[in-house]
Design a protein around this ligand. Sequence first.
Ligand code: S3P
Length: 466
Amino acid sequence: MKSINKIQGKTRLLGLIGDPVEHTLSPLVHNTIEGVMNEASDVQSVYVPFRVDPACVREALEGAYALNILGMNATVPHKLEVIPYLKGIDETAKQIGAVNTLVRCDGGFFGYNTDAEGFMRELDFYGIEVEGKCAVMLGAGGASKAVAYGLAVKKAAKVYIANRTIAKAEEIAAAMNEMLGASVFTAITYEQLSDIKENELIVVQCTSVGLAPDSEKTIVPDCKFYDKIAVGVDIIYKPENTLFMRLCREHGALAYNGIRMLLYQGVAANEKFLGRTVSKEAVEIAARKLEAASGIKRPVVLTGYMGSGKSTVAECMCRKMGLKAIDTDVVIEEKAGMTINEIFAQRGEAAFRDMETALIKELIEKCEYDIISTGGGMPVRAENRKLLATLGTVVYLKADADTIYNRVSGSDNRPLLKEGNLMEKIERMLGERGPLYMDGAGIVIDTSDYSAKEIADELLGKMFQA
Ligand code: S3P
């Protein structure tokens, strides 16, 4: 990863305008992405915060243009104030009525809104399907328009917007219904939440209630409401698990915080600034940095075919930095009181796969580990791939068939490699599983030509150092 300190004559400036800006995590997101991406990129960029007094927005934009600044994000209180000084704004920003991304164009800046896209990419990341479903938004404040727009684009069948001041919810609902040409959005009060007849709700918590240090508050204290929830998404990410999220889980629902929305609005803005697609690896490394800066601790999850070196690499990483690791195969053997061979022989492969799925769910709820090495078949189930990505930063340790053959040919603790021609089996399974490992991983490391120590060092540098 190149250092952002290597500023050169060709370096382009990006930034954030807001007031205040001292709390912002955007420089971390953009500069981390740049650090990972810039070797493959013609343009090198650096991203800095600019505190801009609300009285000086116009001068700031003119000055930024004069200084050849390539692009900027706008945050509170400038998301509306910038609009009159822009060369134009795109359809999404028009619908949302706010701009968070300014891209240099002929004679000035053009405005976009990537908040809705951030929300939609978060839904995609967690595999939350909105189409045809009933959703509830709690709150009609600043972030709600972007969330409403996202739910509309994702084709929710019905959306309730609950707010204390119903007029504000009505305003958003009316704008969305007009855009859709259909009556999908309905404004309600919090008291009316108990009248909702639908079940399996997707609920998006859009208020600031529950934000640290008020972590024991939620906008909806009525526990019965949580029984109707299938998935809860909180736009708050500090604390990592808000009371809203904890109540969702206690009532059997899935729950996610807002860190991915924050991340993806930045990724989408970065793509607009630099006209590129940010790689999965850059996104996941930026996610880790963002999580660490927000006090969120997620493990590195090692995946890969049998013999790809997961356990050995984990051991090297632990030895070097005193990290805590577990191996899912070992936990499953302990829980079952049987070896993997015995589980396969007595209960069958499907039962083993169910045990794997149950274990990841448990680890998502409560995980005190830094590194998790997984059994080679873990990412084969689509459900597991989603769960693993929720659990931590998934790293696929890739190895070619010859390397794997050399590593596994002496061992007899792998039931799937017991019969038939070993090399043929490895080649066939790698062919089937390779795309699944790739699909499930944020980061891919080719291990064939490297020692476990070299791979451990690379991972420690990428994942555990500031
Ligand atoms: C399996 C891999 C093994 C173990 C089980 C099934 C697989 O783990 O979970 O034998 O399906 O690839 P390792 O990858 O640690 O050998």
